[in-house]
Design a binder for this molecule. Sequence first.
Ligand SMILES: [Zn+2]
Length: 669
Amino acid sequence: MSNEQKIKIKERIEKLRKTINYHRYLYHVLDKQIISEGALDSLKQELKKLEDKYPEFITLNSPTKRVGGAVLDKFIKVKHQVKQWSLEDVFTEESLLNWEKRLKKILLKNTIDYICELKIDGLHIVLNYEKGVFVLGETKGDGIIGENVTENLKTIEAIPLTLEKNINITVEGEVFIKKSDFEKLNKIQKRKGLNLFANPRNIAAGTIRQLNTKIAAERTLDCFVYDYVWPERDIPETQIKELIILKDLGFKVNKYWEHCKNINDVVNFWHKWAKKYNTLDYWIDGIVVKVNKKTLCNKLGYTGKAPRFAIAAKFPSEEKTTRIRDIEFRVGRTGKITPVAIMEPVFIKGTVVSRATLHNFDEIKRLDVRIGDTVIITKAGEIIPKIKTIIKELRPKKTKKINVPKKCPICFANIIKKENRIDYYCKNKNCFALEAKKIIYFVSKKAFDISGLGDKIVEKLLDEGLISDASDLFSLKQGDLIPLEKFAVKKAKNIVNAIEKSKEIPLWRFLTALGVRGVGEQNSLLLEKFFISKGFHITNWTNNIINGIQSIRGIGPEIAQNIKIFFKDKKNIKFLGKLDKAGIKIILPKTKLNSKVSGKTFVFTGAMENIIRDEAQKKVIELGGKISNNIGKNTDYLVLGENPGSKFEKAKKLKIQTINEIEFLKIIK
Ligand SMILES: [Zn+2]
């Protein structure tokens, strides 16, 4: 063969390698496909044929080297050129915040920004390139000495065998298997009649440590990189720059990193991914947080075990145990009765949860779950708490089997079972709507005033079985709300906070919230005075007290009767008991009555400067006075604000005493 021919063949080989490598990069690193796998295979076959025929042109970095085939005796140990560190793990928001506190002790007034990356759940590996060619791949080992697994790593298409630049560089990354490839792998195992792989997390490690390199080639692994040591070049200013440089060199860098300006952004990033990590086609078990500026990283340095400038914030573990406090029955929109387990609140996968639906009575039977049982819970779809099993050994003595209730727990109507259905229903068609209405009134502005709890949300909570009456609101946890449609972490948090805040409530507003027919704000104020005179307690409803209601001046006989019936109803007494247990704190007006205010009627007009009108009126009521909107013969004081209206004219006519804001403030002092 002439020299000229040989040069042509060499050129063809080099062009083929370049083309194959280009399409590999598009497909395996950038997730783009321009030519089909079939066409690419065809190019690889041509290259293989030429290399077989002209072995003098074979190079270490040829794409044909990716197919595996060599069977090794053992893995050779290698000393890492750069020590491979492990990161400190944290599992809670609090420990993330504490980490920053420790950083600030060293960095003092420097402002710290961070970079957050996903923590890929795979195998840590080290890749060494000489003059741009991949020459040595190592496992992490003990951080100082690893194993040479170059041949297996070469089978991973995401790892470039040649770099764009002719450089010496060491790169760190994580080898993993995609969920979709894991499933394919198990299908093949099944077809071959072999054992299925139980844990995808161990596959990457197991595969990379296979002595038969053919196996690695079959198990399509993947690889993200995130760190490098490039001795011939200055250290980049930031971690972010480092990632960008890696990407430009042709490495596969995970795209979900985020620059966080402060630790709160870091916490949000962590929460976000703790909730949605299941949407990815690979497993992650947390996030990696690094101080972004390299100058600060250098100042922070290392402890004996780990770098100070980086930390792994893991997602909380997937299974937890807790105990069943109660099993309640909820009535949904369709009247369907759903059993719900009320649990001791437990932190799982980033949130606290306190309830788990048991779906139906077959599920109760299957689990044989009872009140007092210790259970193992998981999160289905990563957000919905689910009782997986019970730990029978820990069952207390004398527990009872849970049976279908005879009557509806909400309205006491009969319970019916529809034919061919496993579910039970309340016979009362209005059951759900009536209860929803009660709760909506309970949380409304004039009652508990819980902001963010609109009608739709109340109905949803009721329909999903998270609450059965208003008292259940007070034990809701953030994690109970997050699984609901259209509920973000922040919204759930805001609502839980608003509920918590509403627990302290003046007695008259509490009485309004109960929704006794005919008892609005005015009558509630009258009732309040009456109850205080009798010595109020939320669970104290003796006949002696109740019978006195009809003697309250200003409350008509019909309404008095409604009130009496309400407080004699066992179901209502139970509800009040639940509110007491939920920690409702009822604020009584100050008992020391102000003689200038007590029994007097106040009317307000015009804008006030130093006190909000609502506050002023509340104060009057607390001190035993009354509020009216209209000037009348019974008005004792008209309080004048800026630009008083027609009330002022009327007051002058009726010769009613007028006072300005300063005088008013003196009176109520
Ligand atoms: Zn019912």
